[in-house]
Ligand binder design. Structure first.
Ligand code: CP3
Length: 341
C-alpha cells in the first residue's frame, strides 16, 4: 500500500493523498445513504451503511486511503453520555460533565464493548476495500473529546473546560484519564479488526496555551501512542494537533506521521520535524472552491515537500458545499504532478 509506505518513509511512485472528512455531505451519494437510515448517528451505528460510505470517496475520487466512517464523539456516547446531533448546530450532550460524580457514572469498559458496531464497520470495510488502499482508523485526542463532554457542544471560548483546567485540574485529569483508557482499547480493537493505520485528531489543541497543551493534551496523546506501539509496532500512527506551530520544536514521540494543519507553513514543519516524521497535509481547505487556487496550492506544497516523505491532505476537513468535481480535480492533480518527485 503506497499510503502505508509513505507513513513508514519508504519511497513511493507518487504522493498518496486523502482528505479529512472525505466521507460526508459534499457527496450526494453520502446524503442518499444518510437519508435512508434517518440521521448521522444512525448511520454510524449501521455497520453495513457506515462501511458503504467509508468506501465511497475511494471509488468516486480515487483517494489512496479510506478513513473509517464514524465520529470522535461515539466514545463518550458509549461511555454513557447522552449525545444528539442537531441539524445545523452540531453535536450536543444533554448532560455535560460537571463533577466527579458525573464522571463516575460513565464507564470506559462499557464503551469499549458497546463500540462493537465500529469494529464491525472496520472488518467489513477491510474485506471490501481493494488491497492497495489503506483503511485509516481514528479517535479524538482525550482533550478534544473532553471539551465536548464538559462544554456540552462546540464552543468558541472553551471557557468551562479551561476554567476547570485552572481551578480544578485534578477533575480535568480524571476525565482525561478515563477517556484515554477507553481510547487505547478502542483503537486496539480497531487495529485487531483490520485498520492499517490510525489518526489521533486533536482539533482543539490550539485552545490551550503551551504549558497547558503539554499537560492536558499532548501527554495523553503520547500515552496512547506508547500503548499502541508496544503492541502493534508495524501500525503507523498519525497525530494531528491543530494550530501548534509555535512549539513544533518541542514535539516528538512514538508516532510516524505528523499532520500539518493549514495555518502552519509546511516548510516550517519540514524544517522542524521533516527528518524524523512523515508530514501529512496541508492545503487550505477553501482552495477547493477554485481550480486555479487548487493548482497553485498543490504545486507549492509538492515543491516544498520534494524528496521528503509526504502524504498529501487538506489542512483540515473538506467543507460540505465543495463541488465534487473540484475534489476529483484536486486528487488527480496530486497524483499527476507528484510522479517522480
Ligand atoms: O470522512 C471522515 O473524515 C471520517 C468521518 C469523520 C467524521 N467526524 C464524520 C462526521 C471524522 C474523522 C470525524 C472527526 C471529528 N468529529 C472531529 C475531528 C476532526 C475535525 O474536523 O476537527 C470532530 C471535532 C468531530 C465532532 C463533530 N462531528 C462535529 C463538531 C460535527 C458537526 C460539524 C459538522 O461538520 O456538521 C460532527 C458531525 C459529523 N461528523 C459529520 C460527519 C460526516 C456531519 C454529520 C452529517 O450531517 O452528516
Amino acid at each position: 500500500m503506497i499510503f502505508i509506505d509513505a507513513c513508514l518513509k519508504k519511497p513511493t511512485p507518487y504522493t498518496p493523498v486523502w482528505m479529512m472528512r472525505q466521507a460526508g455531505r459534499y457527496l450526494p451519494q453520502y446524503m442518499a445513504v444518510r437519508k435512508s437510515v434517518g440521521g448521522f448517528l444512525e448511520l454510524c451505528k449501521d455497520f453495513r451503511k457506515a462501511s458503504e460510505v467509508t468506501i465511497q470517496p475511494v471509488e468516486i475520487l480515487g483517494v489512496d486511503a479510506a478513513i473509517l466512517f464514524s465520529d470522535i464523539l461515539v466514545v463518550p456516547l458509549e461511555m454513557g453520555l447522552d449525545l444528539e446531533f442537531v441539524a445545523g448546530e452540531g453535536p450536543k450532550f444533554k448532560n455535560p460533565l460537571k463533577n466527579l460524580e458525573d464522571l463516575k457514572a460513565l464507564s470506559p469498559e462499557k464503551a469499549v464493548k458497546n463500540l462493537q458496531y465500529v469494529y464491525d464497520t472496520v472488518a467489513l470495510t477491510r474485506q471490501n476495500l481493494s488491497d492497495d488502499k489503506a483503511l485509516i482508523g481514528f479517535c479524538g485526542s482525550p482533550w478534544t473529546v473532553a471539551t465536548y463532554m464538559i462544554e456540552g457542544g462546540t464552543t468558541k471560548t472553551y471557557a468551562i473546560c479551561k476554567k476547570m483546567a485552572y481551578s480544578n485540574p485534578e477533575l480535568l485529569h480524571e476525565i482525561l484519564r478515563s477517556v484515554t483508557e477507553a481510547t487505547k482499547l478502542y483503537l486496539e480493537n480497531q487495529i485487531k479488526n483490520g485498520v492499517n493505520a490510525v489518526q489521533i485528531f486533536d482539533s482543539w489543541a490550539s485552545a490551550l496555551e503551551e504549558s497547558a497543551f503539554f499537560e492536558f493534551s499532548w501527554k495523553y496523546i503520547l500515552e496512547i501512542c506508547d500503548y499502541l506501539k508496544a503492541k502493534f509496532p508495524q501500525i503507523p500512527i498519525i497525530v494531528f494537533p491543530k494550530g501548534i506551530s509555535g512549539y513544533l520544536d518541542k514535539i516528538s514521540g512514538n508516532f510516524d506521521v505528523f499532520g500539518v494543519d493549514w495555518s502552519t507553513p509546511i516548510d516550517l514543519a519540514a524544517k522542524k520535524l521533516g527528518q524524523k516524521y512523515t508530514l501529512q497535509g496541508n492545503m487550505e481547505p477553501t482552495r477547493l472552491y477554485d481550480k486555479n487556487a487548487i493548482k497553485q496550492g498543490v504545486s507549492q506544497i509538492l515543491e516544498i515537500m520534494k524528496n521528503r516523505p509526504h502524504i498529501f491532505n487538506l489542512g483540515h476537513g473538506i467543507l460540505p458545499d465543495i463541488p465534487v468535481e473540484n475534489a476529483k480535480y484536486f486528487i488527480n492533480l496530486v497524483h499527476e504532478m507528484s510522479v517522480g518527485k
